[in-house]
Design a protein around this ligand. Structure first.
Ligand code: GLN
Length: 204
């Protein structure tokens, strides 16, 4: 059975854990680097990316998460989590893991609409997805290996790149578990390291 962890240093981790518990999934709150060994996929929840970064100084999280990704394990980042994974955080200059080939801008929807909801067309599905945006960031550029699964006004808001799923909204705050289910598939299906898979593709 797939084991999912939710990074529980700060932010909206409980809501993610509740979604997985309701789906009958084996889910744990992750507070220590060593716990990454026991899971197949990790959720990086929304919250405040600057606070998260501070809390991540206590242990070698950057190295551990890069290794986790290189081992072919799956990452599901929402909102502040997506900011942490990006290649570049525009304007703020804050540190980021650089695992997702995308540039991102924090709090990019302006103060007058700090929070809002919208219906999104979801790649491959008929039913629209209700999405909650809270002081949301915006992907301003995405690399060639980044597949866009949902857009808002033509801009990517849900993306997939190898074993990374990232949303600028909060799928854990609506009753629709489709995005969490997609992540389960990702965490279950990738058993080989990214580098190996890339070699496999190149070799045909
Ligand atoms: N504005 C937050 C940040 O920059 C992200 C908001 C969220 O996660 N809901 O970290």
């Amino acid at each position: 059975m797939v084991r999912i962890g939710v990074l529980a240093l700060q932010g909206g981790f409980e809501a993610h854990a509740r979604v997985y518990a309701a789906l009958g999934v084996n889910v744990v709150e992750v507070r220590r680097v060593v716990q990454l060994r026991d899971i197949d996929g990790l959720v990086l929840p929304g919250g405040e990316s600057t606070t998260l970064l501070k809390l991540m100084e206590d242990e070698p999280w950057f190295e551990a998460l890069s290794d986790f990704h290189a081992d072919g394990k799956a990452l599901f980042a929402t909102c502040a989590g997506a900011i942490l994974l990006a290649r570049e955080v525009l304007d703020s200059g804050q540190r980021a893991l650089g695992l997702l080939d995308a540039s991102i801008r924090r709090n990019a929807f302006g103060r007058q609409i700090d929070s809002f909801e919208a219906d999104l067309a979801l790649d491959g599905e008929r039913e629209p997805l209700r999405a909650v945006f809270i002081r949301a960031p915006r992907f301003t550029a995405t690399g060639p290996d980044v597949e866009v699964l949902a857009r808002l006004d033509d801009e990517p808001v849900l993306v997939l790149q190898d074993n990374i799923l990232a949303a600028t909204f909060h799928p854990e705050l609506t009753a629709d578990p489709r995005i969490h289910c997609r992540f389960l598939d990702l965490a279950a299906g990738l058993e080989r390291p990214v580098a190996e898979r890339a070699t496999g593709v190149a070799a045909g």
